[in-house]
Structures are given as structure tokens and as C-alpha cells.
Ligand binder design. Sequence first.
Ligand code: GLY
Length: 436
Amino acid sequence: MKILVVGTGAREHAICEALKGEAELFSIMSNQNPGIARISDFKVASEGDLETVKKFAMEKKVDMAFIGPESPLEKGIVDVLEKAGISCIGPNKSAARIETDKSFMRNLFEKYKIDGSLVYRVFDNYQDISDFLDEFDRDVVVKPVGLTGGKGVKIVGDHLKDNQEAKEYAKHVMETKMGGHPRVVIEERLVGEEFTVQAFSDGEHLAPMPAAQDHPHAFEGDEGPITGGMGSYSDKNGLLPFMNQKDYDDAVKIMQDTINAINKEAGPYKGVLYGQFMLCEDGPRLVEYNARFGDPEAMNVLPLLKTSMVDICQGIVDGNLKKAKFENKATVCKYIVPDGYPETKFANQPIQVDEKSIADLGGKVYYAAVNQKDNVVYTSSSRALGVVAAGESIEEAEMICEEATQFVKGDLYHRRDVGTKELIQKRIDHMKKIRR
Ligand code: GLY
């Protein structure tokens, strides 16, 4: 089986590692990711250049393509490849609107009466925003309708002082067409603990994976700007220390209902569905969906996968997906980023990664936005690499992971507190306080 993986980052490196040994691997990536380069026949090209991706896939006679990031999905890469006879793991352009068009997603919840939604409105003019916010008595979140890599979302009480400031920001989002649309979504701000559930989907059946929790803030103690994610953890039992089995099952049910609704509106959703939930006083509510694996959360679940990844991909394509099995282990992933991230001033710096010492400790490295030139690995403006460890408990995985980070050298930073006992206890106490 020949499989093409599209994408450049740690998520795609983890996908390639999960397929390695079962399939002949090909990849298209925009920088030379050393982890992907050494296990695939690769081409350095833009993942969004659909004609180049198609040409490469046809030249190499691949049987299947696994699409890692959201932006080629938004451009319709699956429609292009399927037309050329190549099956894809990833939704077509219309089904990918579950991520790329937030108004499509929220309207779906309303139309099909799916549980776990929240108060939201989609606006295209300032007067309506102003009238709505003058009446609304809770804090809000302002989101561009389209894709902004997470960076366009602003939260009252976090990035915005109050709902008055939210008005001005919403106006700016509309006027600059942030995310590609002159529209903006305003949602109630949920209070709780965020968690992620990812699931494979063949359009009808879901194969859910262990829950994980990401850390979007740049700095320790959940301070600083929102980033793509600074690290994540998962627990041995597939749940998280602040949630119970019912919370998880309710989240999976919301995802199943969503898949059924997408099927009616846009046809079968084939790929990975990423549900980001807020566990609130009354259970999980859907914050947003991604039409792909999470990054870093892919690194928590894929190293534990016991079911053949090729069988899962084939099940997605054929529409007879079975449940996926995972090792009963806890994991911790810490993202190592250039000093100053999410600013860009320290890009293009060489880094040294002693993978052997990391492996000797039981850790793994997944390369992200780095570029290899003449055997030297350079940072770019984004996250450099994920260090991941598994263990019998989150505490054990965290200790191995933290120890392993010392073997990555350069002008780099990571959040030492990801997966620590103290931070997790904070989450448990928070949840206890708000639970009904
Ligand atoms: N963990 C955030 C994301 O994958 O978008």
C-alpha cells in the first residue's frame, strides 16, 4: 500500500510514524521536516498547491492520501485527489466546513438539535453587534467565521477587557475580513475545563480515541497569548483526571450526531474529527471542531495505537470502520518552541536534538516547523518539536518527558508545567467548584 501524507508538522510526523512499516510512505511538505524526510519519499512543495500535490500523487501511483492540516482541506484537496482516483483520509471541501466555516457548524447544531451547543450569533454589520452586546449579560468570545490558525479568537476577560471592547474587535474582524469572510461569530464565554476528543470517521461509524488536554497559553500558569498549543497530556484510562466516563460518552455522542448531520447536509465525513469541548457545570459543550488531528493531541494518541493504522485508513475509505484500540498508558507531550514564540524574532536558529538520549529515557521526538539544511536543523517562526513520553501515570510520563527536554538545545523555550501534578490538581479543583 502506497500512502501520501500531506503536511509538514509534528502532527504529520506522528501520522507517518503510525503508518511506518505498514505502508510505503510518500510526503509533501513545505519545509524539510527531518522526521518525515527520513521515513518517506518526499517532495518539498506547498501543501496548498493542489496541482503539484496531485501530480506527485499520480507520479508515485499512491493508493491513498492522508491530509494533515486544515488549509488544503479548505481549498478542496480531497475533491481534486478523489477526482484523480485517489482515496483520501480527510473530508471533502463541503464536509470540511465543520472547521472552516463556524456559522455552518453552529447552524448544524441548531438545525439537527444536537446537544452541547451554546448561545451564539453570526453578524455581518456593526449595528446588530452593538445591539446584541448591549443586551447580552455574559462575557463573550469573538471568532472570525473562517480559518485564522486559532489566532483570531479573542475572549472577554482574557484578551478583551469587556463586551464593549469585544464590539470594537468584532468590527475590526469584519472590516478586515479576517479569516476570509466579512462576518463574525459572537458566542457566550463558557466556564469550565477544556478537553479534546478525536475520532476516526468513515462517514457513518466513529472510532473515538483517548481524551487529551492541550495548553494553548504560551507561558507557565496558563499566562500569555494563545498559541497553536504548548503541550498536552492523556491518561491511562482514556479519560482525564477532571472528567468521568459519562462526560466522555456525552462528548462522543455529540460527535456522532454531528457526523450524522454532516452526512445529511454535505455527504459522508471521511477522516479525523477533532472535537474541542468545554466541560461545564452541566456537562460537555462544543467549543469548536477541527477537520483533522489536533496538534499536539495527535502525539498523545497515535503512539498508543494498537490497531493497524492502514486497516483504519482502509476502513474509512471503504465505509466499514471498526473501533480502534489503544495501549492503556498515560502520555505527556511538551512542545519546544523558539524563544519569544509566538513572536518570530528568533527564527532560523540552529538547534541540536540528541534523539538517542531521549529514546534511552523512553521519550520520542516529533519534529514540527523546522527546516533541515545540510544536516543542520533550523527553527522557523513556529513550534519546533514535540517531546512525548508515555508511562503508567501522567506523573511518570511527565517526569520522563521533562527530563528528555534537556537533550534539545538552542534558543528555545518550553512550558515545564504541562502535565505536572500541581497544574492537574488546579484543573480538578476548578471542576469540583463548578460542577452541579
Ligand atoms: N490543539 C489545537 C489544534 O490542533 O488546533
